[in-house]
Write a new protein. Structure first.
Ligand code: GUN
Ligand code: ZN
Length: 425
């Protein structure tokens, strides 16, 4: 069974930060079979080559690769938009009490299902999430993703200090539980396990070393953590690790720096940290709604991209204030403006799709519309509200037609979503 899907099909031939906005292409259709894209091109040619295909015609709607959220905390779904705190207070006041509830499998499953409903309705087809310290939270996440056949990444969050009783493991149990969950879930269908020390302040050196050795034993897994998000946090790391050269060194000296490392936030970086991150080709994950919401700072997208860093885009739910990658692109635009760089809509859209896929080392599978890629698609109504519709009436280029949706769009702009070649109704 083949599907011929028609609309304004957006794809990329290169990274627009390097190649310019012309790295994007528009065509009229694609054909999907067995969960993959088997052809892309003009409607006439596709009709001729695949006359028996079932046709779904989205008219002037935009068809893109589904959005990829490269850093989220699904267990924070229920406490998103909690008022008035900065990072450490916010963790202690809102986050940790909520994460305690995930020892209960039923609660974890309920939130995981709600999380996927919310993200898919916002056009996000893949996510890379933290779970909690509880194995139940990992099983709930991967179970809910498998039921939807979504390509996902996640891991058990490890913490053995500076967190409440009931939300701590140990160096040994973090290693053992992570290893068991890794062998249970990694490579099962579209699931990938990610080794997940939360951040240096909540792990002892023993725990960081244990997870470093787990990563060395499983080098095809990604590793995710947080890095240099807030200045108070960095000062705390300096107190906790007096002999470390800098924040990154607290990971580096325990085998937690490498290609396949995902470093969330990465705002207040020292020159040594930047050069080591670039040298090993690590991924930096930009979480702009979180960075403004928690008051963390302004990520240097222009400078870091120019220096060749691998960068993905993410909501950081629920430090981030939205489940929407459209809203996240808007925040990335605003943060970059405050640093004197106007990100082109082509660059923003690339970050939310192919850029995040590159950051997750999955750009051969997802994040673009091209022959052989997995058929995860989002269909966007470019006139989804009266405010957006009136702003696009004079658009003379595709980017002028898309930018109002980036800046003002929400889940009302999501006309449809396809996951692994199946339309999600
Ligand atoms: N640093 C350590 N844990 C977290 C978290 O849950 N959210 C954010 N934004 N930063 C963190
Ligand atoms: Zn985070």
């Amino acid at each position: 069974m083949r599907d011929l899907i028609l609309g304004q099909v957006l794809s990329y031939t290169a990274d627009p930060f390097a190649a310019g906005p012309d790295a994007a292409r528009l065509t009229e259709g694609l054909v999907v079979e067995g969960g993959k894209i088997i052809a892309v091109g003009p409607a006439d040619a596709l009709h001729r080559s695949y006359p028996e295909a079932t046709v779904t015609d989205y008219g002037t709607d935009l068809i893109s690769a589904g959005f990829i959220d490269a850093h989220a905390h699904y267990p924070q779904t229920a406490m998103i938009a909690s008022w008035g705190k900065r990072l450490i207070d916010w963790l202690n006041t809102y986050t940790f009490p909520e994460e305690m509830r995930f020892s209960n499998q039923t609660y974890a499953e309920d939130v995981a299902n709600r999380y996927f409903d919310l993200t898919v309705s916002n056009g996000t087809t893949s996510v890379c999430s933290y779970c909690t310290i509880h194995s139940e939270s990992v099983d709930a996440f991967f179970g809910a993703a498998a039921a939807r056949n979504q390509r996902v990444w996640a891991g058990k969050t490890c913490m053995d200090r500076n967190a409440p009783d009931g939300l701590q493991d140990t160096a040994q149990s973090a290693y053992d539980d992570s290893a068991r969950l890794l062998s249970k879930w990694h490579g099962q269908g579209r699931a990938s396990y990610v080794i997940t020390p939360r951040f240096s302040p909540t792990s002892t050196e023993d725990q960081l070393a244990a997870l470093g050795s787990l990563w060395a034993d499983n080098p095809d897994c990604l590793m995710q953590t947080h890095l240099s998000e807030q200045t108070d946090e960095i000062a705390w790391v300096r107190d906790l690790f007096p002999s470390a050269r800098d924040y990154l060194d607290t990971y580096e000296r325990h085998g937690l720096l490498g290609r396949g490392g995902l470093y969330g936030h990465a705002i207040h970086l020292e020159p040594r940290e930047k050069s080591r991150l670039a040298e090993v080709d690590a991924s930096l994950i930009h979480c702009p709604t979180s960075n403004t919401f928690i008051g963390s700072g302004l990520f240097d997208m222009g400078g870091l991209k120019a220096a060749g860093h691998r960068i993905g885009l993410a909501t950081d739910t629920g430090g981030g204030s939205s489940f929407s990658m459209l809203r996240t692109m808007a925040a990335a635009y605003e943060v970059a403006q405050l640093r004197g760089r106007s990100l082109h809509p082509s660059e923003l859209w690339w970050l939310a799709t192919a850029g995040s896929a590159q950051a997750l080392h999955a750009d051969h599978l997802i994040g673009n519309i091209a022959h052989g890629m997995e058929a995860d698609l989002v269909v966007i109504n470019l006139a989804s509200t009266p405010a957006i519709a009136q702003a696009t009436t004079r658009a003379s280029t595709i980017w002028e037609a898309i930018f109002p949706t980036i800046m003002m769009g929400d889940d009302r702009a999501i006309r449809d979503v396809w996951i692994a070649g199946k339309r999600r109704v």
